[in-house]
Design a protein around this ligand. Structure first.
Ligand code: NDP
Length: 284
């Protein structure tokens, strides 16, 4: 039976450290602030936004919530982002994705000031991550990295396989593992011999978005398995991209869903907001 990587516990520790840091900043008159913008009625997005606001409260970060109707135009959203860019109380801006179809997500991401882009989605921040000179790490991959570190497994020199190449998870995840001297392979829907490649992985990260996609025969004995996927099963319960029950018998360490990567994403968002506040106040 594998070691269960407890994302709730690791994220709690990160949030507690962040809260202490925020209290120290507040003593200096610096109050980190995060604007969270939700457009429309997507139920999953509503839950994510509410969890992010709760985490702000726990970390003593000021949160500014903007709940806009589905009918909000691209222009209106761009105007709000422009105002938030100029607002000194707001250190970080998070626009919850996905946005309604009539709004061009890229336009919105590009409009957020790179200094306040705590998701690290802006091309400036993506470029900085590419060259290894960054202020913010993208929250989900940074969370995965912290979970791998929590196992005590050294990344340097290891075979790392990332399934998924999205801009939000797969690509930056691969880049972070590369910066840590992993030997990284990125797989996607056109990859041939996927199972064979996955079986070579000492560290396997699944970010596919398909229920129980990674089966036990795709996993090397003793691997560290990080499951990013959040899929809702027919019975309404959440499940990851990894067939947890079968894979846990084979690997050395594995993240559960829920309770693995999910809470880490939020903890890293809090950390990024504090970093943004420090940079904007000249204390970093
Ligand atoms: P995307 O849909 O943007 O990307 C999915 C990736 O998986 C694509 O690169 C796609 O390949 C690849 N893929 C799909 N089918 C296959 C297949 N049969 N074989 C190999 N590769 C395949 O998803 P995201 O990266 O945004 O998210 C991935 C999962 O992680 C989702 O379940 C999402 O809900 C979850 N997630 C969880 C977060 C958390 O905090 N825990 C945060 C963000 C996401 P191709 O590029 O060729 O299409």
């Amino acid at each position: 039976m594998a070691q269960l990587i407890d994302g709730k516990a690791v994220s709690k520790q990160i949030k507690e450290e962040t809260a202490k840091e925020v209290l120290a900043l507040r003593e200096k008159g610096i109050v980190p602030g995060l604007a969270v913008v939700l457009v429309g009625e997507d139920p999953a997005s509503k839950v994510y936004v509410s969890n992010k606001q709760k985490a702000c409260k726990a970390c003593h970060i000021e949160s500014f919530g903007y709940v806009l109707p589905e009918s909000t135009s691209e222009e209106e959203l761009l105007k709000l982002v422009g105002e938030l860019n100029e607002d000194p109380k707001v250190n970080g801006i998070l626009v919850q994705l996905p946005l309604p179809r009539h709004i061009d997500e890229n336009k919105i991401i590009h409009a957020i000031s790179p200094k306040k882009d705590v998701d690290a989605f802006h091309p400036v921040n993506v470029g900085k991550i590419m060259i290894g000179d960054y202020d913010f790490l993208p929250c989900t991959p940074a969370g995965c990295l912290a979970l791998i570190d929590s196992t005590g497994v050294e990344i340097s020199g290891k075979r790392c396989v990332v399934i998924g190449r999205s801009n939000i998870v797969g690509k930056p995840m691969a880049m972070l593992l590369l910066h840590r001297n992993g030997t990284v392979t990125i797989c996607h829907s056109k990859t041939k011999n996927l199972a064979e490649i996955c079986r070579e992985a000492d560290i396997l990260v699944a970010a596919v978005g398909r229920e129980k996609f990674v089966t036990a025969d795709m996993v090397k004995e003793g691997a560290v398995v990080i499951d990013v996927g959040i899929n809702r099963m027919e019975n309404g319960k959440l499940c990851g991209d990894v067939d947890f029950d079968a894979v846990k018998e084979k690997c050395a360490a594995i993240t559960p869903v829920p309770g693995g990567v999910g809470p880490m994403t939020i903890a890293m968002l809090m950390k990024n907001t504090v970093t943004a506040a420090k940079i904007q106040n000249g204390t970093l």
